[in-house]
Design a binder for this molecule. Structure first.
Ligand code: CTP
Length: 407
């Protein structure tokens, strides 16, 4: 976290008494911390405490002319490498979800392009309330990272889910979110994920069982490794990993169009999507009626997104996925060669394996390498895969440099 700039928002909740310790934990790791308090937070802890531990004047008023003259709120929003709101009260989550800009902290969250994380802290019934659940759903869909809350004793004397995570854990989570100095720092990674839907008529489609979890985990891992990540996602109900830009698509044709739009400047293309191989040759304009005992649907091949990218002269490093029910490694190697890929990650599917489950295992093949990533959670596997990709990229740069030196 050395040299990283963290904007720490503190909102009104009893857990605010832990936030000065959080400032210390972040600073211990080398981060600069600017505290911004809401009016509610000031009822629990004084700005003087935060000023002492952060070494910076605390901000809290949108209309503070002197502070604005020193660093305007838009400038402050740009200054931050990450925003962490801890504790995040139910009220603040609601204001963030509705995009309000009625105080300094909410305005900064709206104006920043940095990843935002919130650490909710509230009574367990407030946390379970449908309104809070809906706000959390909205925020996660928009890529806000939600850290916790934990379960346990609450300040109100009750027990349940709603305690803010401990400062040490929050500091570690922010570190993971930030690690812009990782192995893919400065790289742009484009990822496809999820299934596609191919229209039969206005109310029906053909799709598959892909949950998108592996692709989303790869996006998170690439982001953690410091890359700028664009995730082209088919229809899935998964939260966008923090700091990742997501482009939603529906059909294979939409996915191809989005990928080609996003491709310029991309260093690595990772194709995890379960793109439909065929689509109905014609989508009916109106709902098809059941007038016959049997019906036939003429299908036509979709364009292979991965092969299209791999065939371009200005191709990035191209990584495919192979989901196989048999002869996993052999089929994957055939795909690696046939589609002219740099790397392929193969897994066995079917018999309740891989699709829509939490863990998996991968065999990663490249032109002259083979690695096994043993059964583990998808995020762990994704981090392993990203590590292999980073090694491959570094080796290419090394080879180019040595080539130049010889020339
Ligand atoms: N893929 C793609 N566009 C398609 C089809 C597949 O980008 N229209 C990509 C997937 O994202 C994955 C890889 O290609 O990275 C999977 O290869 P593919 O040969 O399509 O797998 P299968 O459909 O299982 O192939 P086959 O039926 O030939 O085994």
């Amino acid at each position: 976290m050395q040299g990283k700039r963290i904007l720490l928002g503190v909102t009104g909740g009893i857990a605010a008494y832990k936030s000065p310790d959080l400032v210390r934990r972040l600073r211990e790791r080398g981060a600069e911390v600017q505290v911004v308090m809401t009016a509610g937070a000031r009822e629990f802890v004084t700005p003087t405490t935060f000023q002492a531990v952060s070494g910076r004047t605390v901000r809290s008023d949108l209309w503070d002319a002197a502070a604005e003259a020193a660093m305007g709120h838009i400038e402050l929003a740009r200054w931050a490498h990450a925003v962490l709101v801890a504790p995040a009260s139910a009220d603040f989550l609601a204001r963030l979800a509705t995009g309000q800009a009625d105080d300094l902290l909410a305005t900064l969250c709206l104006a920043t392009e940095a990843p935002i994380a919130v650490a909710p802290a509230m009574n367990h019934i407030m946390w379970a309330n449908a309104a809070t659940r809906a706000n959390i759903g909205t925020l996660t869909q928009r890529g806000v990272q939600v850290f916790g809350p934990a379960e346990g004793d609450q300040a109100c004397g009750e027990v349940g889910e709603g305690r803010m995570l401990e400062p040490l854990e929050l500091a570690e989570r922010v570190g993971a979110l930030l690690s812009g100095s990782g192995a893919l720092a400065g790289r742009r990674v484009l990822i496809t994920a999820g299934p596609t839907r191919e229209r039969i008529d206005p109310v029906r489609f053909i799709s598959n069982r892909s949950s998108g979890k592996m692709g989303f985990a790869v996006a998170q891992a690439a982001r953690e490794a410091g890359a700028t990540v664009v995730l082209v996602a088919g229809p899935v109900s998964l939260p966008t990993p923090a700091g990742v830009r997501r482009v939603d698509v529906e059909s294979a044709a939409d996915m191809l169009a989005a990928v080609l739009t996003e491709l310029p400047g991309t260093d690595v293309f990772i194709s995890t999507a379960a793109v439909a191989d065929y689509r109905p040759a014609r989508a009916a304009e109106h709902k098809i009626k059941k007038t016959t005992e049997t019906m036939e649907l003429a299908m036509q091949r979709t364009t292979d997104v991965l092969a299209t990218v791999a065939a371009r002269a200005d191709r990035p490093l191209v990584v495919g996925f192979a989901a196989e029910t048999e002869a996993v490694e052999q089929n994957a190697r055939t795909k690696l060669m046939k589609k002219n890929l740099d790397m392929i990650a193969a897994n066995e599917v079917g018999h309740d394996k891989a699709f829509d489950c939490e863990d998996n295992q991968l065999i990663v093949l490249s032109r002259n390498g083979r690695h096994e990533l043993g059964r583990a959670g998808k995020l762990t596997l994704a981090r392993g895969l990203v590590g292999l990709i980073a090694q491959d990229l570094a080796a290419r740069v090394g080879a180019r440099t040595r080539g130049t030196a010889r020339a």
